[in-house]
Design a protein around this ligand. Structure first.
Ligand code: ADP
Length: 218
């Protein structure tokens, strides 16, 4: 199977659909946001730098991102493809990633834009909960996204948490960063004929079906 890159505004569904695709096709889900959050649990300078930048809605330094990505994609479980959730997040990252793939003799795969209007994404933020262990995303506002038992991860059975950056103020900052840095990737990948667009406001079943059609067509 080819790898998949998801592009979406914050709370646009990258985490949710990456999880679904990865469980179904048994390929790794690489979320730079999750990897970075893990790094913030460490009580060191890098941990506090990452935490601070996340609160400000800024992108984390490329050097840190590439250290995480380079290490992860050469692992054995990535040899049959993987899903990238939250990376690349700027044209600069996309260019450096292509150079990295070239040096590893790996394919980029396809890029899927989860097209989500800002009002819908920001509404999702307030009800969003995630599992601190597996990263699965839930939403207490939408029936189809609720956990089976209130506040408990269906798979890991641990208590769900609300992300520190899931508040209105940080959301605005994250969204502005998305428009400035990440949105230009849409035209970048379109011009390379690698971009697919899925309307992420459809039902989760329909979105999943469209994503699977794209992946299978590859
Ligand atoms: P969302 O897309 O909903 O904002 P993520 O978990 O993907 O959530 O990202 C959370 C934060 O992690 C971002 O706001 C940013 O600070 C940081 N981050 C994630 N991926 C990257 C990346 N590829 N480059 C730089 N910073 C990143």
């Amino acid at each position: 199977m080819k790898s998949v890159i998801f592009i979406a505004p914050p709370a646009g569904g990258k985490g949710t659909f990456s999880n679904m695709i990865c469980s179904k096709y048994n390929i790794p889900h690489i979320s730079t946001g999750d990897l970075l959050r893990e790094a913030t649990y460490k009580d060191n300078e890098m941990g506090s730098y990452i935490k601070e930048q996340m609160q400000l809605g800024n992108l984390i330094n490329d050097e840190i991102i590439f250290e995480l990505i380079e290490k992860r994609i050469v692992e054995d479980d990535c040899k049959n493809g993987y899903v990238l959730d939250g990376f690349p997040r700027s044209i600069e990252q996309a260019i450096t990633y292509e150079e990295l793939l070239l040096s590893l003799n790996k394919d980029l795969g396809c890029v899927i834009l989860l097209d989500t209007p800002k009002e819908i994404a920001s509404k999702r933020i307030s009800g969003r909960l995630s599992c601190p262990k597996c990263g699965k995303v839930y939403n207490s506002f939408f029936n189809e996204m609720k956990p089976k038992y209130e506040n408990i991860c269906d798979d890991c059975k641990v208590s769900l948490i609300k992300r520190e950056d899931d508040n209105e103020k940080t959301y605005e900052l994250r969204y502005n960063t998305y428009i400035e840095k990440t949105q230009p990737l849409i035209n970048y990948y379109k011009s390379k004929n690698l971009l697919y667009v899925v309307n992420s406001t459809l039902s989760p079943e329909e979105v999943l079906k469209q994503i699977e059609d794209i992946i299978r067509g590859e």
